[in-house]
Design a protein around this ligand. Structure first.
Ligand code: ADP
Length: 651
């Protein structure tokens, strides 16, 4: 559940702009509505003011017509219905008031006395059908009255302004002026009013008696109705506002605002989606990073990065565990590193410089490092250039393996292998016992011949002690040697560890050659001994190595049995190279035939009549037990070269 919390927060953050944008749109709508309302109110106010003005204007004209009519009626009453006065003043009234279409003078009985403009007989004079009512009203009130509207055939709706005519206090008739609504509106309503409004005169039943407008009646706005008094009679003036173009502008503006808001909303949604994609990518990246970190942390191989100057820029947890120092203690550190071993400092520095030069062995190298607690361990280090994604070489990356355990295991395996070899050799030891005879044959026959020589001298009777001493001491040496051979072979068979010690190989070979002198003389073989300028030091059981040299030299001399005496040269050479000491025993004898070479080192293989066929087999076992190698090659001068290597001792 805890993991849901941040998601809720994130959703709220993403939804906030949408809510804000929605509120902006809503407020814009309210603002537009308020603007619209105030505009409508302004229009309404202007409409009322304008219609009141028009009503005042019409009222003024009708009042002034009524006044003039009253003046004419008063004059006619004073001076009698004189045609001249009626024509002159009536004509002036008609001329000044275009809405007054006709003036009629009636007698008290209702008959028409005069009329302006005059009407030919039979023509329509648009006489008010209620004229008798007017006479009655005028007589009774003695005041100006307005008649009800009535339709006429040619001039639309008309009404009459009626004033009574009194002569010497006597009611003598009425004077009536016919007023046309259409003409009144046409002349007395100004142009600007009709640009904005349509003006109508309607009666109490809603019948439109006259109207004035300049635009077709398509889009009408608000209207206002006002009593039209005078003439009264339930008449009203109705002004209706035309639909204004400002609405179109406002609507366009509103549409633009809403359009913009919508596009902003859309871009917000698009941005949210884009953010969603980015977030997903970010999360994937974070997961990937966490996975890589987990991989790095669970590595058992130590990883270490260094910059081009050799400063540590990164170590993984495995490396920290290996050396015991924490990441904070190691990163940024420059050589000498705390885990370098003081006694190997020079060698480690040399390797460090080789790495920075790019000369590190590509298949890794071994160093001894120390842990924080002082413990030493063998580290196998693989160095590789650290190349950034843009191809820049920024440092060196190393993987470090603690191989102490492995080395210990290898050593154990090697010792085990040695034991196995020894065991397998033990199996052949039975046969080796018979070899003893072969090995001992030489010293014993030497002893026998020295003894025979001494006895001869003694038999002759003139033997002096100083003459007998050298052969007798040689005899003693041979007897000792025979004893040593037996003891060594015995030890070799029994001992669990070879009795090895550091020895100078030159000396070992020299001793072996000294034992050969007598046999070489007998076989007329010249022995050339070439020793190494500096004697290689090897860790070996020197008696066994002497034995090997003796065996190889004896085989070589036997192989030269059938060649000319002058060519019987046995060359024994000691040398050293690449940490390996080499002993070569070269003869110029019969050589090793191909069919023989395959079995050369097999036990009991011999081409000699009295041969045991154990010599080479044992020699190889001895050399291999010393971690060396024994093999043979044909000698370019004829014959063969038997040679073996032994690892040089570091001490
Ligand atoms: P043996 O000497 O008793 O025969 P070895 O194991 O010493 O047994 O030798 C095995 C065989 O290897 C010999 O019989 C011989 O044929 C061959 N051989 C050994 N050394 C030489 C050599 N220097 N030149 C030619 N043949 C050799």
């Amino acid at each position: 559940m805890a993991s849901l919390k941040p998601f809720r927060g994130r959703d709220a953050i993403q939804i906030m702009p949408l809510i804000a944008m929605g509120m902006v749109v809503m407020l814009l709508g309210v603002l537009l509505w308020l603007l619209h309302r105030s505009e409508v109110e302004d229009e309404q106010r202007a409409l009322i003011q304008d219609i009141l003005w028009v009503e005042q204007n019409l009222h003024f004209h009708l009042a002034s017509d009524g006044e003039r009519l009253q003046q004419l009626a008063a004059r006619l009453g004073r001076e009698g219905p004189n045609s001249e006065i009626f024509d002159v003043q009536g004509g002036a009234l008609l001329e000044n008031s275009p809405q007054v279409g006709r003036i009629v003078l009636r007698r008290a009985d209702g008959s028409v006395q005069r009329m302006l403009p005059p009407v030919e007989s039979g023509a329509d004079s648009d006489i008010d059908p209620q004229w008798s009512d007017h006479i009655t009203l005028a007589r009774s009130t003695g005041q100006l009255t307005y008649g009800s509207p009535y339709p006429s055939a040619k001039r639309g709706w008309l009404f009459e302004i009626v004033v009574p005519v009194f002569h010497a206090g006597q009611f003598v008739g009425v004077l009536a002026a016919q007023v046309s609504f259409d003409v009144m509106l046409l002349h007395q309503v100004p142009w600007w009013f009709t640009q904005k409004y349509r003006l109508e005169v309607v009666d109490g039943l809603g019948t439109i008696l006259a109207a004035k407008s300049q635009l077709p009646l398509v889009d009408l706005g608000p209207s206002y109705q006002l009593h039209f008094e005078p003439p009264g009679q339930g008449l009203s003036l109705v002004a209706t506002l035309y639909g204004t173009e400002s609405h179109l502008g406002r609507n366009l503006l509103a549409a633009a605002i809403f359009g913009l808001a919508l596009s902003a909303l859309w871009s917000l949604v698009a941005m949210r989606r884009h953010m969603g994609h980015r977030l997903a990518a970010e999360q994937a990246l974070r997961r990937e990073h966490a996975f890589r970190k987990a991989m790095e942390d669970s590595l058992t191989v130590g990883m270490r990065a260094r910059d081009l100057e050799g400063r540590i820029t990164y170590v993984n947890p495995a490396f920290c565990r290996m050396v015991g120092w924490g990441e904070a203690e190691l990163v940024g550190g420059a050589p000498p590193m705390p885990y370098w071993v003081p006694e190997d400092m020079d060698q480690t520095y040399e390797m460090h410089r080789a790495v920075l030069r790019g000369d590190a062995p590509p298949d890794g190298f071994e160093l001894v490092f120390r842990r924080k607690n002082g413990e030493r361990f063998n580290a196998l280090v693989y160095e590789a250039p650290l190349i950034e994604s843009d191809g820049r070489h920024v440092g060196w990356m190393a993987s470090v393996l603690d191989v102490t355990e492995r080395k210990r295991a290898e050593e154990l395996a090697r010792q085990h292998q040695e034991k196995l070899q020894r065991t397998s050799r033990l199996i052949t030891m039975g046969e080796m016992a018979s070899t003893l005879a072969h090995e001992l044959n030489q010293p014993l026959s030497a002893i026998a011949s020295y003894a025979a020589g001494c006895l001869n001298r003694l038999g002759q009777g003139d033997a002096k002690a100083e003459e007998l001493t050298p052969p007798l001491s040689k005899l003693a040496v041979q007897a000792q040697r025979a004893g040593q051979i037996i003891r060594r072979i015995h030890d070799f068979v029994r001992k669990s560890e070879p009795s090895v010690a550091v020895c100078a190989l030159n000396e070992v070979v020299e001793v072996a050659v000294s034992f050969l002198e007598a046999e070489a003389r007998k076989r007329c073989v010249r022995v050339d001994l070439i020793l190494a300028p500096v004697s290689p030091r090897v860790v070996a059981d020197k008696i066994l190595i002497e034995q090997v040299v003796l065996n190889l030299a004896r085989n070589a001399m036997e192989a030269m049995g059938h060649v000319a005496r002058t060519e019987r040269v046995l060359e024994i050479e000691v040398s050293a190279a690449d940490g390996q000491a080499l002993v070569r025993v070269a003869d110029q004898g019969c050589g090793v035939p191909v069919e023989v070479s395959a079995n050369l080192f097999s036990p009991f293989f011999s081409t000699k009549e009295e041969g045991m066929g154990m010599g080479l087999n044992i020699c190889r076992s001895i050399i291999e037990a010393h971690r060396g190698r024994l093999w043979f090659e044909p000698n370019p001068k004829g014959g063969s070269i038997f040679q073996f290597t032994l690892p040089e001792s570091g001490e």
